[in-house]
Ligand binder design. Structure first.
Ligand SMILES: Cc1cc2nc3c(=O)[nH]c(=O)nc-3n(C[C@H](O)[C@H](O)[C@H](O)COP(=O)(O)O)c2cc1C
Length: 184
């Protein structure tokens, strides 16, 4: 069985981020034949066109990591009914220059967590709209949005909720299928 390499990143820089914790749980729950690497967006500067074409080293590393990945797993917080500025900023950088197209056609799966009841589902809807611009191959089902997140992790941010664990396990299996089908 071929091994698929998935690059994961969270749109929250908070040390105790629930979204980052979802990615950590995903690493543990990944099916055989899938490895998940987490990329920290903390070193990506605010986008400024004046910094092109000598891209900052952190941006170069981010784009290289995207290029090398078979798929992307994005965990997004919900900020004011949308996804976070941290995430939009990182995607804007990754989209430059358009001729490189590192996001073009990438398989992408989304997760979100929020203390609110809807689990950040609105952030996913806005993020999907942006991903359309890159013709990303988006996984739609199973969905992973974890509401009341403050009750679903232990003090060390291990995911303790059975429903969320099952949803992630099923999502990653479906994502593996999508990546397989997307391969030329
Ligand atoms: C600026 C801001 C706006 C927010 N807006 C929403 C919102 O619209 N819906 C929601 O469910 N939570 C909202 N929250 C709460 C976040 O979902 C919560 O802080 C969450 O824990 C952030 O994700 P993290 O744990 O990965 O850092 C907001 C938080 C901030 C800081």
């Amino acid at each position: 069985m071929s091994n698929f390499h998935v690059l994961a990143f969270a749109g929250s820089l908070r040390a105790k981020s629930y979204n980052r914790a979802l990615l950590e749980a995903s690493k543990r729950l990944a099916p055989e034949g899938m490895t998940i690497e987490i990329f920290d967006l903390g070193d990506i500067p605010i986008y400024n066109m004046d910094l092109e074409p000598d891209f900052p080293a952190s941006v170069v590393a981010f784009k290289e990591a995207i290029k090398a990945a078979d798929g992307l797993l994005i965990a997004t917080p919900e900020h004011n009914f949308s996804f976070s500025g941290v995430l939009k900023n990182a995607l804007d950088w990754a989209s430059r220059p358009p001729s490189e197209g590192v996001l073009e056609g990438k398989p992408v799966a989304l997760q979100s967590a929020s203390p609110g009841w809807a689990g950040g589902v609105r952030s996913q809807l806005h993020l999907r709209q942006v991903l359309n611009f890159f013709s990303a191959r988006q996984l739609y089902f199973p969905e992973v949005h974890v509401g009341a997140a403050h009750t679903k992790f232990d003090a060390d941010l291990n995911l303790t909720d059975e429903m969320a664990t099952t949803a992630i396990t099923k999502q990653l299996a479906a994502f593996q299928d999508l990546i397989r089908r997307a391969k030329p």
